[in-house]
Design a protein around this ligand. Sequence first.
Ligand code: ZN
Ligand code: ZN
Length: 151
Amino acid sequence: MPKATQSIAPAVRRYVYHRDRGRCVVPGCSFGGFLDVHHLNPPAEGGGHDPENLVTLCEGHHTALHRGQLSIEGSPSTKLRFLRADGTEYTDPPSVRAIAVGEQVFGALRRLGFSERQARSAVRRVLETAETLCTATLLRAALGVLTAPRG
Ligand SMILES: [Zn+2]
Ligand SMILES: [Zn+2]
């Protein structure tokens, strides 16, 4: 069996990047930093390098997806659906527990001197890819987001 090619033609990669406006496609993310192109249907399972099979994801969401914490259904030309591991959609309101933990992390960031806007966006971002609702872990992740170089 021939070795499957993992490379996407530069023109296709550019097309996908522009179609996704150079941003992660996960709702509410819009992260334009370290972006990856992901195969909705993995090449190992017969998926090709067709733009319909490719989406732009940030590093965090790409990792979350391959860890099974996030799944994407549908196709870029029609509609993509983003599901968390528990089956809820990314557009669904967060759980009461997530809101409570988010408030704690937000408060901690404010006490550390971050602006309300910075703290709010960092909290939103870490809650989206949260593996756990542990306040300390999320605070560390939020600090990582806030101190990461801007791209
Ligand atoms: Zn991928
Ligand atoms: Zn993202």
